[in-house]
Design a protein around this ligand. Structure first.
Ligand SMILES: C[S@@+](CC[C@H](N)C(=O)[O-])C[C@H]1O[C@@H](n2cnc3c(N)ncnc32)[C@H](O)[C@@H]1O
Length: 289
């Protein structure tokens, strides 16, 4: 039976989703709520998404049903080495420069934060890129000592998949070339398992970008890609106000193609490197996380 929302129910769901995630659904997205949340209905809900809302509305976000709603309603689209130029820049320029600074004792290990990591392809792509860069910078052991990756997401289910690090054929076909597959994965159970040398570099944590970022600690590189596109302008403004507090001096920020920080904050300088746009934390932005 097709599940449909009336206008009022849809508005209430939109508000709820925005409050809990910062995601602002367009007014034409009732079909998305219907399609994604219908599988969560129980017999007692009598095919009524209004009843499901009553069950989650006053529950804390950590409540299992709330988590299932968030897992279902957020978009987890991702791929390996998404926007490949960024990974080339990391391998050939950014990581070698930071390594030189570590070598000359001008700084400690590099901390990279994948701030909405979905099912893990982004942070594992960063880890593989670092391992590649360190082929010329002292090798794997040095890489493990010098590069630390924190990967977080609001979605518990995505994080479970990311930690498991096992991908089926369809998932590896999205952006992973044969070299990376053979070097950093083992064939297993009809799919592919990310090798321990890559997994060991990434710590996964559940983190809602609506909450305080204080637990994140200071980062040198932040990837917040293909995520703010779902947030309201108000939420983006607030997030960009809080972000500088977890970024080290001169830290870099990467957004997705088509996403911009410029409209919402003046805390970053824009860098345009042959068409690849990213951001550097300006001096003295100083705001609370
Ligand atoms: C489209 S994916 C992007 C994944 C990856 N960054 C990439 O570029 O391929 C967006 C991710 O943002 C996460 N997300 C949405 N709202 C969030 C929030 N408030 N806090 C943390 N993560 C959130 C979703 O769960 C989803 O995994």
């Amino acid at each position: 039976m097709a599940i449909s929302l009336n206008h009022r129910q849809f508005e209430r769901w939109r508000e709820f989703i925005y409050e809990r995630t910062g995601v602002m659904l367009g007014t034409d997205k009732a079909y998305l709520v219907e399609h994604r949340l219908a599988p969560l209905l129980e017999p007692d809900d009598q095919n009524d998404l209004g009843r499901l809302l009553l069950r989650v509305r006053d529950a804390p976000t950590s409540h299992p049903l709330c988590q299932r709603v968030i897992d279902a309603i957020t978009t987890h689209e991702t791929s390996w080495f998404r926007e490949p130029k960024i990974f080339g820049l990391l391998r050939d320029s950014i990581l070698p420069r930071l390594h030189r600074d570590i070598h000359h004792q001008r700084r400690g290990p590099v901390r990279i934060w994948s701030a909405a990591c979905s099912t893990g392809q982004e942070p594992y792509s960063v880890a593989m890129t670092a391992l590649e860069a360190y082929r010329n910078l002292g090798g794997r052991e040095v890489c493990h000592q010098e590069v630390v990756i924190l990967a977080s997401d609001i979605s518990r289910r995505s994080l479970q998949m990311a930690r498991r690090a096992h991908y089926d054929r369809a998932a590896v076909a999205r952006g992973l070339d044969d070299y990376y597959l053979r070097t950093y994965f083992t064939s297993c159970g009809g799919g592919w398992q990310v090798k321990d040398e890559v997994r060991a570099m990434v710590e996964f944590r559940q983190l809602n970008l609506c909450d305080s970022l204080a637990r994140v600690g200071l980062c040198d590189l932040v990837l917040l890609r293909n995520t703010i596109i779902y947030f309201s302008d108000e939420f983006k403004r607030g997030l960009f106000r809080r972000l500088p507090a977890v970024m080290s001096r001169g830290a870099l920020l990467f957004l997705g193609t088509g996403e911009t920080a410029g409209h919402y904050t003046d805390a970053f300088e824009i860098i345009d490197e042959a068409g690849l746009i990213y951001y550097r934390l300006a001096e003295h932005p100083g705001h609370a996380a």
